[in-house]
Design a protein around this ligand. Structure first.
Ligand SMILES: Nc1ncnc2c1ncn2[C@@H]1O[C@H](COP(=O)(O)OP(=O)(O)OP(=O)(O)O)[C@@H](O)[C@H]1O
Ligand SMILES: [Mg+2]
Length: 253
């Protein structure tokens, strides 16, 4: 069983799209996947068309000690623990000693039923992210090619380093993933050129696969359908298939 977090505190860099596509490809390969939506915006829950109101969510798992079995929703596109707008209060509510381990403890009872647990996170560096990183084996950092996308990485790195030091020494940064990529823009190329040095600083690598932009990827989110169900052959979907191959080491890295 592998636990993978998708994280970057910058908004709109493709975390949710990556989390969903990763889960989609893995399920396509016959793996048993649990998605966890650790974002109060609930975009992934929306895509899975999961219930949020009047249903036990990640919030109830973390704060009401609702058993994990009772908060998993089995949707048409896969299993999910839904997000909840109430999660925005997590930083104020998770205050006790050991708070970083709340998610880890809560998932112990069900984790062996899955091959992969994928955690989509919010654009924030808070206790939910720390819980996700404390639980995970590895973290994937999606990056877009814009002027500010690289600036926040050192802060994210500080959070990851603190987690490695105090709560999860085995955590690995799997790599930096270029998303929403437009090969023809100078900016995309400039950011790509700067990335290896940054990756080295973070003690990780830049994935060779780049995730290109396509309109189907945007439409899929608007229509609340996972990309791989909506347009399995679009450029972005094909790139994600290739990415998962690279991630799982089929291309020899
Ligand atoms: N490869 C792509 N091609 C086209 N559009 C994309 C692609 N990846 C992401 N998008 C679009 O970019 C926007 C942001 O993507 P996404 O929601 O995945 O980012 P995020 O990092 O999860 O955002 P947030 O920080 O708000 O959670 C969405 O409208 C999404 O549909
Ligand atoms: Mg998101």
């Amino acid at each position: 069983m592998k636990k993978i977090v998708i994280a970057n505190q910058k908004g709109g860099v493709g975390k949710t799209t990556t989390a969903n596509a990763l889960a989609g490809v893995l399920m396509h390969e016959g793996k048993k996947v649990l998605m966890i939506d650790a974002d109060p915006q609930c975009n992934t829950s929306d895509t899975y068309q999961a219930a949020i109101a009047d249903t036990a969510t990640l919030y109830d798992l973390l704060f009401s000690k609702e058993p994990a079995h009772d908060v998993i929703q089995h949707t048409e596109v896969g299993d999910i623990i839904a997000g909840d707008p109430l999660l925005s209060q997590a930083d104020m509510q998770l205050t006790k000693t050991g708070k970083e381990f709340t998610l880890k403890k809560a998932l112990m009872s069900i984790q062996d039923e899955y091959d992969f647990i994928i955690i989509d996170t919010a654009p924030a560096l808070g206790i939910l992210l720390i819980n996700a990183l404390t639980y995970a084996d590895s973290v994937i950092v999606p990056i877009t090619a814009d002027r500010y996308s690289l600036q926040g990485l050192s802060q994210l790195n500080e959070t990851i380093q603190a987690v490695m030091e105090y709560t999860n020494p085995d955590l690995k940064i799997a790599g930096l993933l270029r998303t929403r990529y437009q090969a023809r823009t100078i900016l995309s190329r400039e950011v790509s050129a700067a990335l290896p040095e940054i990756a080295e600083m973070l003690n990780t690598k830049v994935f060779q696969t780049v995730i290109r932009e396509c309109t189907a990827a945007q439409q899929a989110q608007t229509r609340r359908v996972p990309l791989l169900n909506y347009a399995p052959k679009c450029t972005t979907a094909l790139d994600y298939f290739q990415f998962v191959g690279e991630l799982l080491g089929e291309r020899g890295e």
